[in-house]
Write a new protein. Structure first.
Length: 381
């Protein structure tokens, strides 16, 4: 008597065909969903490719696919070892990411078991995520705000994911917020007055915009500020120069220097904020996730035609030596001034750690609202 086909089979991704299926699965899962934004397939392929992603200089990753008894893909996951995280914390924490699954506890548990087994094999004792592949990339689980389109480089997932992860034994280890401010409702007058007072109190401060002619040099300055500013924040892992320059190179294609603000003290850069046009409004039209043959033309037109009126501030930092001086609020004000001149109507600032009380106070003061809630979860393995 033949053996019955198992209800779900999870196997490591091997070869081109599996990798293609790994990238394709979200397109099948989210078909017709009104708020899901198709990622560029090329971007995902780069993130999981050891030859193209600078993360692999210190990290490692194993991709898995879940198939049902008929061979149809029903889920995917990546088990991730982050060498920079372990170097800083030495806490035995591994990560999972690129997690997508049908609403089935058997499938999700099988995927998570496979990731946990691989991480244990790497000598790790805790699994945390989602991170794709690190907290310096797209990370976090959406837990509130499902009725809205995500902003550029922010995650989106189906509402049942939290239930599946909690059922498996995960617990929340950090909450993150996406704040939103609209030009018509934000109380920028307070930030304007506050910025003016700061400049009077510290006349050594000056504000400038990023110099695109010295882009690589400017990127290194921002990396140095970023790693210093965030070094004591929960979960922070310094980006390597190669990782940051890779990210900066990708951002350069869509970056408007009017939205890249640098504050200097006696000529030394001490704070920065970088905002990007929310190209998710353009990516939404590329339903296949492919730029060729005509997608790139559509994307460039939407990015430069003034149709996109929303921005996201994904990067902001103030050197530890200048904490508590109000420079974070000053960065928001300077960005707001320039954005309004460009015709921008709203800005998402994300994500903001629930433990970052200083920044939360500044955003609350200016009239920002908590628009979406994200979480990182973990469990012992």
């Amino acid at each position: 008597m033949p053996l019955s086909t198992p209800p779900v089979l999870v196997r490591p991704v091997k070869g081109w065909w599996d990798r293609r299926a790994f990238i394709q699965f979200p397109f099948d899962l989210y078909t017709g969903h009104p708020y899901w934004v198709p990622p560029l397939r090329l971007d995902t392929a780069t993130l999981v490719n050891p030859k193209k992603n600078a993360f692999f200089a210190h990290g490692n990753m194993q991709l898995f696919l879940a198939r049902n008894g008929k061979g149809k893909v029903v889920g995917r996951i990546a088990a991730i070892k982050n060498g920079m995280h372990l170097k800083k914390y030495n806490d035995g924490v591994g990560f999972f990411g690129f997690f997508e699954t049908i609403d089935d506890e058997v499938v999700s548990s099988a995927l998570l078991n496979a990731a946990a087994d691989w991480l244990r094999g790497q000598g790790l004792v805790t699994m945390r995520g989602p991170a794709n592949p690190s907290l310096n990339d797209v990370a976090g689980l959406l837990v509130d705000g499902f009725g809205k389109q995500p902003s550029i480089l922010m995650p989106f997932n189906l509402a049942y994911y939290e239930k599946l992860l909690v059922t498996y034994g995960f617990q929340r280890c950090m909450t993150m917020w996406a704040y939103y401010a609209h030009t018509k409702t934000a109380r920028m007058d307070k930030l304007e007055r506050g910025s003016g007072l700061i400049m009077k109190k510290w006349p050594s401060l000056s504000v400038r915009l990023l110099d695109m002619k010295k882009f690589e040099k400017e990127a290194r300055l921002i990396l140095d500020m970023y790693n210093d500013a965030w070094s004591e924040n929960w979960g922070h892992v310094s980006m390597t120069e190669a990782e940051f320059l890779q990210m900066a190179k990708e951002m350069k294609q869509i970056l408007d220097p009017r939205l890249a603000v640098i504050i200097e003290d006696d000529g030394k850069p001490v704070a920065f904020a970088v905002s990007l046009p929310d190209l998710n409004y353009a990516f939404k039209t590329l339903k296949s996730g492919r730029l060729l043959p005509f997608g790139i033309l559509k994307l460039l037109f939407l990015a430069t035609s003034g149709v996109i009126r929303e921005i996201r501030m994904p990067l902001m930092g103030v050197r530890k030596s200048h904490h508590g001086k109000g420079l974070d609020a000053m960065l928001v004000w300077e960005t707001h001034k320039n954005a309004v001149k460009m015709g921008v109507l709203g800005c998402e600032m994300s994500w903001v750690l629930d433990s970052n009380l200083r920044l939360i106070h500044s955003l609350d003061t200016m009239g920002g609202v908590k628009d979406k809630e994200y979480a990182l979860l973990e469990r012992a393995i």
